[in-house]
Design a protein around this ligand. Structure first.
Ligand code: C2E
Ligand code: SIN
Ligand code: SIN
Ligand code: FE
Ligand code: FE
Length: 355
């Protein structure tokens, strides 16, 4: 516990009287004017448990000291008690406005001064301790949260790529979809601010795109890896990779309700919705489809088209571009199609780079 009291008064006998009141429980230091007081505060601020401050002094008065302490944000750490012979309302108001804890008028009763100062010292001791404790715990909680989030990110990213182990042909799909999503996001952010995609959200969407096909883990080999066209029934099973993906995410994410999780969820569930409402699993249309899922959908379809799949040969990049524009892959949001057009060359370079 701090145990130093600073007594500031220009009159020696006043300092002496106050010293005698407190020299049993405390170490006493003294200053004769505001300048000296500030020097002492600088030296001893870690040890000060209270300051007894006179107002009217030569060179710098008590208000000068209070202004300094306010500037240095010390008023909430160290209680200041004004000891003054001037009892005007104006002075009291100014003192309290500057954050003093108490004003004691001269002449004073010694025991009352002792009691009031001791009470304040104790109060501030507990207050400071409590504040420090809260601050330490806040930092600790934040660090723990960061760590958990990072672990979750890593786990989920690994899950997202696990589907690639099922089928060697599709290697790189997840990474390309992420990079293509990043390219598209850049244009959406620039030209369609109404979607409110900040840089932070763009990062999250790009990251979360890795998860879009996580549900394929739950699709049997004889369907996922079927070298030819799926029957109607088989395709119905295939379509469940959206909803199954959400179930997997729910199991992994336990109690995490972060923004990241909610974007993962939207993307996994809705990346096969179509703008005209003919997609799956919910048949959502237009802006009922989360924008993140719409963006990832273009990246996903583009990459599926330009890649060999067990069930189809790769189309050229130009063919893929034309197929998306002509509506062969279902209609997309016209705004996103505009962005896709602008991003044509960057899409081609990105796909080339990660192949
Ligand atoms: P995926 O291979 O990642 O394809 C994603 C989406 O790209 C497809 O969603 C579709 O919208 C588009 N796409 C891919 N290839 C073509 C194509 O040749 N023509 C056109 N017009 N669009 C294409 P979709 O159709 O909902 O399929 C979802 C997933 O189902 C596919 O993911 C794939 O894993 C599987 N799948 C779809 N059709 C077949 C198939 O005939 N045989 C097999 N084995 N799997 C299929
Ligand atoms: C479902 O939609 O039926 C399962 C996925 C989920 O809501 O978490
Ligand atoms: C995938 O699209 O990620 C794998 C499934 C496939 O290539 O048919
Ligand atoms: Fe998919
Ligand atoms: Fe996909």
């Amino acid at each position: 516990m701090n145990n130093t009291i600073l007594i500031v008064d220009d009159i020696e006998i006043n300092r002496e009287i106050l010293s005698l009141l407190f020299d049993e429980g405390y170490q006493i230091i003294e200053a004769e004017d505001g300048f000296q007081a500030i020097e002492k505060i600088k030296e001893e601020k870690e040890n000060l448990s209270a300051i007894l401050l006179d107002i009217i002094m030569p060179n710098m008065d008590g208000f000068g000291v209070l202004e300094y302490m306010n500037k240095e944000k010390l008023m909430s750490k160290i209680p200041v008690i004004l000891i003054t012979g001037d009892t005007s309302m104006e002075l009291k108001k100014k003192g309290y406005d500057l954050g003093v804890s108490d004003i004691i008028e001269k002449p004073f009763d010694k025991q009352i001064v002792q009691k009031r100062v001791n009470n304040l010292v104790e109060l501030y001791f507990h207050k400071n301790n409590l504040e420090q404790l809260v601050e330490e715990q806040t930092i600790e909680i934040r660090e723990k949260n960061d760590k958990i989030n990072q672990m979750n990110y890593r786990l989920i990213d690994t899950l997202g790529t696990m589907v690639e182990f099922r089928d060697l042909e599709s290697g790189g799909h997840i990474m390309r979809v992420r990079e293509l999503t990043t390219v598209l996001l850049k244009y959406v952010q620039k030209y369609y601010k109404e979607y409110g995609i900040t840089n932070e959200i763009a990062d999250i969407i790009a990251y979360a795109s890795s998860m879009h096909d996580i549900g394929k883990i739950a699709i049997p080999d004889n369907i996922l890896l079927k070298p030819g066209k799926l029957t109607k029934d088989e395709f119905e099973v295939m379509k469940t990779h959206t909803v199954k993906g959400c179930e997997i995410l729910n199991r992994v994410s336990i109690a995490d309700d972060s923004l990241y999780m909610s974007y993962c969820y939207q993307i996994i569930r809705s990346h096969h919705e179509k703008f005209d409402g003919t997609g799956y699993p919910d048949g959502l249309e237009k802006d009922k489809i989360p924008i993140a899922a719409q963006i990832v959908s273009i990246a996903d379809v583009y990459d599926a088209l330009i890649s060999d799949r067990v069930y189809k040969k790769a189309y050229s990049k130009q063919e893929a571009y034309d197929m998306i524009l002509s509506g062969k892959c279902g209609g997309f949001n016209p705004k996103l199609v505009e962005c896709f057009k602008l991003a044509k060359e960057e899409f081609e370079q990105t796909a080339e780079r990660i192949s």
